[in-house]
Design a protein. Structure first.
Length: 182
């Protein structure tokens, strides 16, 4: 769902890492400049997003956030061999800020949340992810049932691929210049 979320946020590229070989990173995304909103109007290069997703049955603690922050720092500084091996070429070649995002099914303990905020990490729980996808107009169709079916099919596609990195498919709608599908 991390890749679907990135696509809902306007990512033009997403990659899902293989399970067990991710070096603490689950997905990569590239979100370009949008003429549909002035919010990121001064951003000249796309945002490079690094995602860690946790499906814990309890809230994510500060130690897990600390590990992600260390992985993100290593990536920004040139990375470790294990981390470098999973970074897609387009991510390395792109210019622009690298932003961390942590998704935790049940949310975050206060220590993890405050650590993330102090380091500029975007955080979201499963309800946040569902809300972003549900409220995005014309994303995988207008009808709720169409969105659910399309999202499930996209997740299955991402998970069933033999490739270690999966590029975004063109079936995700792109924004119009006037932003009407936001």
């Amino acid at each position: 769902m991390a890749c679907v979320l990135l696509e809902a946020l306007g990512a033009t590229r997403v990659n899902l890492t293989r399970r067990g070989t991710d070096g603490g990173i689950d997905a990569f995304g590239l979100i370009g400049h949008s003429r549909a909103s002035h919010l990121l109007g001064s951003v000249q290069h796309p945002l490079r997003i690094v995602v860690q997703a946790k499906m814990y049955q309890s809230k994510l603690g500060p130690d897990a956030m600390k590990v992600f922050l260390q992985t993100l720092h290593e990536l920004k500084e040139g990375g470790q061999p294990k981390t470098n091996a999973i970074v897609p070429g387009w991510f390395k070649e792109a210019r622009g800020p690298i932003i961390g995002m942590v998704l935790s099914h049940r949310g975050f303990q206060s220590g993890a949340d405050s650590r993330a905020r102090s380091q500029g990490i975007v955080t979201a729980d499963s309800m946040d992810v569902a809300e972003v996808i549900a409220l995005r107009r014309n994303f995988y169709g207008k009808d709720g049932k169409d969105k659910i079916k399309a999202c499930l099919n996209r997740v299955k596609e991402l998970l069933s691929s033999d490739a270690s990195c999966i590029p975004t498919v063109s079936s995700a709608p792109s924004e119009s210049e006037d932003g009407t599908n936001l």
